[in-house]
Every structure is written in C-alpha cells, then in structure tokens.
Design a protein. Structure first.
Length: 628
C-alpha cells in the first residue's frame, strides 16, 4: 500500500517501523538518563510543549499518545508531565506506568485509566485546588499506535486567577515554563490556535524571549476549522513562515474537539477525519502535500527533530557528565570520610587531617602544589609579581637617565667657584640615594601583594580541609592571622634595613668596572642622555658612572627584595603555620575539633548520590553511543 493511499494510523505504524532502528536507541538513551535522575545535574535534550490555556495543547498530546489526559476549564496540566511514548510490535499488549516522587509507581492496564491517574498524581503534588507544582510526573506508554517520542507537557499559561488559585498564578506558571524552555538543550513546541492573532499569544512571546531567532522553536497551529472565512490566507502565511518567522517553521493539526470526545470518537476515526479535512481544504491542501499538516506528519517531524537534536547534543552531554563527575568527586574528597566514633580513631583522624593539610603547605613552598584553582597556584602568581618588580626597576632606570640629564645640567648651570668640569662626589651620592629611596615604596607594595596572594592560598587550603569542622576552623583562624602579621612585620623591617644599606654607595671594584665599561660601550654612549654640546666630558663621565651604579643597585634589589619577601612570607610563615597546626593535635580540646557541621553529612550523601548517578550515566552513554 502506498503512503498516499494509506490510513493515518497505518502511516504512524509505518513511520515507527521505518525509524525503529535509528530512533529507539537515541530516545531510549535520553529516557534512561532521565530515569537515573541525571536531569538534576545537567540539561538533557528534550521537547517541551507549551501553550496558552485553551490552545488545544492537550488535544495534540492526546492525538500523539492515544490516551486521554486531564481536560476541563482553567489549568488542567498542573505539573510538568514527561510523556514517554514507545511503539511496540503488533500483537503486544498496551502498557502504561505513571510514576512520581522517585518512589510512587502506578501500573496502568488500559488507556482509560490514564486521565484519572494523572489527576490523582497532580492532586498529590500540587494539592486539590488549581495551583501548580514543579515536581515532575512521568507517564510511560507502550503501544502499537504511538511513535517513539518523549515530550514534556507544561501547564497552560493562565491570564487570570480563578477560584482559590494564587493571585500570581500566571507568574508562577511562566517561571515554571521558563526553567524548561530557556535551556539550550530544549526544543520548544509552541501550540497556538489558528483562529487567533499569534503575535498576542503568551506562549509564543515566551519562546521568542528565550529563543529570539527561533532556532529551537516549532510552532503548531490548532483548530483550523474555526478560522473565519477570509482569514485563511493569514494561516497559510503563518505556515509559510511569513508572519513570525521561526527557523523550524510551523505545522497545523486538527484534533478532536470536546463534542467529539463526548461522542466517544475514536483516535482512528479522528485521524482519518483530520486527513480528509486537509485534503478537501482549498487553502491548506498544499500544506498537507508539503508535510506541514496532520498528526502523522507532526509525529514524524517531532521524531526527526528529537533524534537529530539528541545526536547533536551527545558530545556536549559527554563533556558535561565528565566535568560534573570530576567536580562532584573533588568536592566529596574535600569533605572526606565521616568522623569515626571511637576516641582513638578520632584522634588519628585529626592527625591525618592536619598532616594532609601540612603536606599541601609543604608542596606549596616547594612549588609542587596541585594545579587547580588559579588563586591557589602560589608560585605562578608570585612569579608574576616578581616579574612586575623587575619591570618597575627597569622603568626607573629609564626615568633615571631622563632625570640625570636635568640634574647634571642643572648642577653645571649653578656651578660656584669650582673649576670647570669638576664634579663633587657628594653630588654623586645625593643623586644615588634619592633614586634608591624612590624604590622603597614599590618594594613594600610587592611585599603586600605577595602576602595577599599567599594568604588567599592558605585560607583556601584551610577551608578545603577544615570547613566541615567549625571548631577546628575557629581554632586555626587566630594563629594563622597572628603568624602572618608577625612575619609581615619582620619582612617589612628587613626591607627597610635593606634600603638603609642601599644609601651607602658601595660596589666591588671589579663588578663596578665591568658595569661601567658596559655602559660606555652602549651605542648611545657618545651622545649620552641627549646632553647638550656645552656639557663637559667630566659631567658626561659622571652620568655614565651614575647609570652604571644604578644598574648594579637594580640587579641587587631585583633579587634581594623577592628573597626577603619569600623567606618571611612563604618559608617562615608556612613553617610556623605547620608547627601551630601540629600543636593542635595535643590541644586539650582536640576531640572537639573533629565535630562536623550539621549539614556536612547531608552534603556528603548528596555528593555520593550524584557521583553514583553520573557514573551510571557515563556507563549508559558509553554503551549506547556506538549504536547511535
């Protein structure tokens, strides 16, 4: 039988048979991940169905699933409903399973039980009234007459609160819908009546807000039989993507109305009538031929969209699972095992904690630290600071040359009774001292910046090891701060002493001679510092001596200042911190140091469960991907 002459139901069956091999592995993969609860940890590829109240959304889902869902006035979908449709081979009995809250499962024997089961589940989660809940209901249907497809049905958007509904019910629903449709992994199926101005529908407005270019939005027009005469061209233009363009475009379906349901019209008859409606419609016949109309075509389109979307998402999904598993494992390691109950074991537990902490500090001093958070990579950050210090010295050398030109020429202008070309050694000393003094504050800034870097790393390490133990954190806080302040003051004094010594003009003769020769050998030495021609050779020579001596001083400070800073703020500070922490093992309140915060056990349990979920997800993914 050709597809053109087949019945709508046969078209669905043909579709399912044709796609079974390539569709089922994809959809089963995502359903398996969802059943593991992985959606708590990362976004999964999905199709979310949204629409304003009375948009015909429930009718579309009923036509796709072959089961009746809650109907009526007001909000009928009050919880996110994950509708998992699985086609089974002919002759296989219909099967349904409704589940929620991770443990409640209701087995359904026939389609007639679905509506009541969903209503009861919604009442259990959202209450007997008309309010909503974010908790999900899972409805799995195995049938010979459904496509392989998973959809998430979301509450219809209410405009006005009615009865005992919350006054902000519209905002509540919009917030719930947005949590799903804003995810890049979600295809948004927007259901809109064909007989209204689509620009005024809240559902389409929301979709455009989170997906401005319509990259992942598919519009579904319903109720084409209610379109006024003369307005058909607007519907056709919408379907041809000429009104509000969407990358995925629009489709149109005609589902059972309330009267049809009251008259107990079967799904088979409804699908057959739908096909005839479009075949005989002057304006919409072309849409049928183009595959833009009827439930069977919609089923095919949605299946293709979902499968393609899943395949595109797999690399990112694998990456997310890997990253989140690594992070959860790291977080759990930081929390460590639970505290033992036995007194001796508790003491050993504290010793092990403090020894591990001290080892990390030792690695920090040795520059063997774990390459993790950039804030804790101490040597990397300190090297950057020391490099800036060297740049500061080099810049001062350039400034010195500019200053010397003015200083020496000024001394020549204001020369007294001394003979021409005679330069006083005291003038040389004065210039040297003045420029060395200018370097003291940048050196102090280096000390402060290095101290801040080391403090950040030590605090981060302390939190990593002891955050779970408030008493230990409090006991460690004061010694850490006191020892840091103590070493900072010592380093500060050493730097001040260093700069006092630098006021003494001194260098080994051999070292000074070599540096002076290097200055004189520079290509620009013959026109040193841009002096005017009236400056004597002796003054030029003094400028060369000043430049040579500054280079010696600069080289000395480039190494000595970082050495002082590192010795006190890294070597000595860390040694003292380790000693103080080791001393806590013998503290009279040592036993209280390993009492955990109240929420740590809960956090450890949460992370353990998350790791278990993600490991299973990784296994499912590894097993399924080769088949996709």
């Amino acid at each position: 039988m050709s597809k053109k002459n087949s019945t709508p139901l046969e078209e669905i069956n043909h579709l399912s048979q044709h796609y079974e091999e390539k569709v089922r592995p994809c959809i089963d993969l995502v359903d398996s991940l969802r059943s593991l609860g992985v959606e708590q940890d990362l976004a999964l590829p999905a199709i979310a169905v949204i629409g304003d109240q009375s948009s015909g959304k429930s009718s579309v889902l009923e036509a796709l699933s072959g089961v009746a869902l809650p109907r009526g006035t007001g909000i009928v979908t009050r919880c996110p409903l994950v509708l998992k449709l699985k086609r089974v081979k002919n002759g296989t009995q219909w099967y349904g399973m409704l589940s929620y809250q991770n443990h409640i499962k209701v087995e359904l024997k026939n389609p007639a039980e679905v509506e009541d089961a969903v209503t009861k589940a919604q009442n259990a989660l959202a209450g007997e009234g008309k309010d909503i809940s974010h908790e999900m209901i899972n409805l799995e249907i195995h049938s010979t007459s459904v496509p392989d497809l998973t959809l998430i049905d979301l509450p219809g958007i209410a405009r006005v609160a009615t009865g005992n509904q919350s006054q902000d019910i519209e905002e509540q629903i919009k917030r719930l819908i947005e949590t799903f449709i804003k995810k890049q992994e979600t295809i948004n199926l927007v259901v809109v009546p064909a007989n209204v101005d689509i620009a005024t529908t809240e559902a389409l407005k929301m979709a455009k807000t989170v997906d401005p270019h319509g990259q992942r939005t598919l519009g579904i027009l319903t109720k084409p039989d209610l379109v006024d005469k003369g307005a058909e061209e607007i519907v056709v233009n919408t379907l041809n993507n000429l009104v509000i363009p969407l990358k995925k475009g629009y489709m149109v379906v005609k589902c059972r109305g309330q009267k049809d349901i009251n008259d107990k019209m079967s799904l088979t008859k409804a699908l057959d009538r739908e096909k005839k409606f479009f075949e005989n419609h002057t304006h919409l016949r072309a849409c049928l031929d183009e595959g833009k109309a009827t439930i069977p075509h919609l089923s095919e389109r949605l299946t293709n969209e979902l499968v393609s979307h899943i395949k595109r998402s797999l690399p990112q999904l694998e990456k997310q699972i890997k990253e989140k598993l690594e992070k959860a494992s790291t977080d759990l390691r930081r929390l460590g095992d639970g505290v033992p109950q036995d007194e001796t074991e508790r003491a050993n537990f504290l010793i092990e904690k403090i020894n591990s902490f001290n080892q990390v500090l030792t690695d920090m001093v040795r520059a063997e630290e774990y390459v993790g958070d950039s804030q804790t990579r101490v040597f990397t950050n300190i090297r950057i600071l020391f490099s800036k210090w060297k740049t500061e010295l080099d810049n001062k050398a350039i400034q010195l040359e500019e200053y010397l030109r003015d200083e020496v020429e000024d001394s020549n202008t204001h020369r007294g009774k001394e003979l021409p070309g005679f330069v006083n050694y005291r003038t040389f000393e004065t210039i040297v001292r003045r420029h060395v003094e200018d370097l003291e504050e940048p050196a102090m800034n280096l000390l402060r910046a290095t101290t801040e870097t080391i403090t950040t790393a030590v605090n981060q390490t302390t939190s990593t090891f002891f955050e779970a133990y408030p008493s230990l954190m409090r006991a460690a806080k004061d010694p850490l701060e006191d020892l840091r302040e103590q070493e900072f003051e010592r380093a500060e004094e050493r730097l001040k002493s260093q700069f006092k010594m630098e006021r003494i003009v001194y260098s080994q003769d051999g070292l000074y001679s070599r540096q002076l020769e290097a200055v004189k050998a520079r290509p620009e030495s013959t026109k040193l510092l841009g002096f005017s021609k009236t400056v004597s050779a002796d003054i030029r020579e003094m400028a060369q001596h000043l430049s040579a001596y500054y280079m010696i001083t600069s080289d000395r400070l480039a190494n000595q200042v970082p050495l002082i800073v590192m010795y006190h703020m890294l070597e000595q500070y860390i040694v003292n911190v380790k000693a103080a922490m080791s001393g806590m093992i013998r503290h009279k309140d040592a036993d209280s140091f390993v009492q955990e915060k109240g929420d740590i056990a809960r956090k450890r349990k949460y992370l353990s469960e998350r790791i278990e979920r993600l490991k299973k997800a990784r296994q499912v993914l590894a097993k399924s991907v080769p088949d996709i």
